[in-house]
Design a protein around this ligand. Sequence first.
Ligand code: NAD
Length: 256
Amino acid sequence: MLANKTALVTGSTSGIGLGIAKALARQGANIVLNGFGDAEGPKAEIAALGAKVAYHGADMSKPAEIEAMMAFAASTFGQVDILVNNAGIQHVARVEDFPVERWDAVIAINLSSAFHASRLALPAMLKSNWGRIINVASVHGLVGSAEKSAYVAAKHGIVGLTKVTALENATTGVTCNAICPGWVLTPLVQKQVDAKAAAQGISNADATRQLLGEKEPSTQFTTPEELGELAVFFCSPAGNNVRGVAWNMDGGWAAQ
Ligand code: NAD
């Protein structure tokens, strides 16, 4: 379905980003990966699906590096047709204790990077009159949780950015939508499970049960594969007139 299209997925060396990149690769898209840590393993996973793959290690907190990454993607594959703004970090602390440097980093990586990548991707998408911008927000783009001020502010912000980007392009073939996962067992969440187990002196399994039980009625994790299939739907012809939605895949979290 996505042959001859190019998808750039930020923060795709791990977790949800890699799951979405693999789902788009299975549909035939060329993939540009981004993120920290080992890139060779993820590149090999994409190549094994028969897709062309490239990698750029831009730090998403730095606008100049985002510009270099977008130029690299265009020079490697022609243009970016599908942009998945996924890179994200978490920091947990009460507002009065929140380190200012962590606040700035969360806002830069989880929110401002999506603005920069989108502004740079839109001109070519509009020229070809086809494009998909998919912002990986969170259920925390819809509701709050204590001790996650920067994350919740960034995720509510990216839901707002999604709506405005969708509206500005509503008469074109360029759509913008957000995906709002509940708990997904990735390194980002494993750190929170480990912290809970250590703080309460309980096992990892008990900490996981508690984490899910507090918020997620299904008591099940959403998987990167399921989120990848939602991204594929947004890219399909059936998604042509889906504009500005914030679609949660959260086991009922936000329905409460
Ligand atoms: P993860 O830690 O597994 O992956 C994060 C990715 O972002 C990695 O590839 C990492 O290298 C990259 N990254 C981090 N900082 C970066 C930077 N400055 N520049 C470039 N890349 C950077 O996390 P994940 O759980 O897969 O999270 C992906 C997205 O999904 C995030 O936006 C997160 O907020 C969102 N999300 C996650 C969950 C969850 O339960 N895991 C739930 C809702 C939303």
